[in-house]
Design a protein around this ligand. Structure first.
Ligand code: ADP
Length: 183
């Protein structure tokens, strides 16, 4: 490698890719990104286009929501990808895939994925970060289930996400005393 190329490499800094469905993004995800920024110079949040998972939000909707959330954080890049994660990572200058772990139940799937990705590209490593104790029970799936039934998800997802969920589920604005038990 030439000297000038080396210098260029150094300037790019440490980059991690945080891939996921983010359908929708929660404070659990956001916490992982914020903590990763203490370790990496740049975090690329990569929204997976996975039609098989039948997402509630389109890839573009998910990307736009995340972009709006990190609009004041220039070292967070928001992107989306189709196909194999390792092929996408190869197009960037990242060497690390970032994933979050909530419980031992996450471990088996994550362990298999990380091992498969490593076998597809031996230069790639997966870094796991433990969930924040405040968000270990937060998953996009449960957020959608609760929101669909009109439950409060504020405090677990940003306000923008809570609003988008209400729009998606066409929920009426909740009345304070819908069944009139205080009468
Ligand atoms: P995927 O469909 O790829 O699992 P998700 O959006 O569900 O995408 O999750 C992306 C990553 O974020 C996964 O590594 C997942 O374990 C992690 N994650 C999800 N929710 C949380 C949370 N509350 N705390 C920490 N990590 C989380």
């Amino acid at each position: 490698m030439k000297k000038s190329e080396k210098r260029e490499d150094k300037n790019m800094g440490k980059v991690a890719i945080y891939p996921g469905s983010f359908d929708p993004i929660t404070y659990g995800h956001i916490d992982i990104v914020e903590r990763a920024l203490e370790i990496f110079d740049k975090v690329i949040v990569a929204v997976a286009h996975n039609a098989e998972k039948r997402p509630l939000f389109t890839t573009e909707e998910r990307r736009k929501i995340i972009k709006a959330i990190f609009k004041d954080t220039p070292n967070v890049i928001v992107d989306s990808f189709k196909g194999l994660l390792v092929d996408y990572v190869a197009k960037t200058n990242a060497k690390v895939i970032l994933r979050g772990l909530r419980a031992t139940s996450d471990f088996e799937y994550e362990f298999h994925m990380a091992s498969m990705n490593r076998s597809l590209n031996t230069h790639l490593d997966t870094l796991f970060m433990m969930t924040n104790k405040d968000y270990f029970f937060v998953s996009s799936r449960t957020i959608k289930e609760v929101a669909k039934l009109g439950g409060a998800v504020e405090g677990l997802v940003p306000d923008l996400v809570a609003r988008r969920l209400k729009e998606k589920f066409k929920l009426p604005v909740r009345k304070k005393n819908p069944i009139g038990w205080d009468d």
